[in-house]
Design a binder for this molecule. Structure first.
Ligand SMILES: Cc1cc2nc3c(=O)[nH]c(=O)nc-3n(C[C@H](O)[C@H](O)[C@H](O)COP(=O)(O)OP(=O)(O)OC[C@H]3O[C@@H](n4cnc5c(N)ncnc54)[C@H](O)[C@@H]3O)c2cc1C
Length: 123
């Protein structure tokens, strides 16, 4: 299914606050947006009620979205063999534990590593 996501900046213009889909909150790797919509909505409420800086509150979500976008771009270039290798790697003892049970920023490092692995050869 075709999926488009986009970036929004600024997220606040005067008393207009962009949250969720309207604020570019859709996670670009799989197109999930519920969690970011809730986080951004809560941040917007704090901005209105308490005067907190909206951009600062949502920075980590926007940074994560950027990493996921880079990861998505890498995935889009992968071949079937590379997908098979990746799925196979998930079964290696320790790898799935690293993915599911650690606090390591998996998407950030996965984006970096996949960029190295999938790098096009110099011409
Ligand atoms: C098919 C599909 C499957 C999805 N599956 C998942 C999933 O499994 N997990 C996940 O996390 N995300 C999923 N998403 C994404 C997720 O639904 C959205 O990211 C999330 O709902 C965004 O919430 P929101 O409040 O920002 O926007 P919305 O939920 O779109 O809410 C915006 C609301 O504003 C209303 N509106 C629009 N214009 C006006 C107007 N002028 N005046 C008044 N009201 C207006 C709309 O009717 C709507 O009710 C999916 C999306 C789609 C389309």
């Amino acid at each position: 299914m075709m999926h488009n996501s986009g970036w929004v900046y600024l997220h606040q213009l005067g008393n207009i606050i962009f949250a969720g889909n309207a604020g570019g909150g859709v996670e670009p790797f799989l197109g999930f947006g519920h969690l970011n919509a809730a986080i951004m909505g809560a941040a917007a409420a704090r901005t209105i009620a308490l005067g907190r800086d909206y951009e600062k509150q949502i920075k980590s979500e926007m940074d994560r979205n950027y990493e996921m976008w880079k990861l998505r771009k890498m995935f889009n270039k992968m071949t079937n063999n590379q997908y098979d290798l990746l799925i196979g790697a998930l079964g290696i003892p320790g790898v799935n534990k690293l993915l599911y049970s650690s606090n390591i920023h998996v998407s950030k490092y996965a984006a970096f590593i996949s960029k190295l692995v999938l790098r096009e050869p110099n011409k």
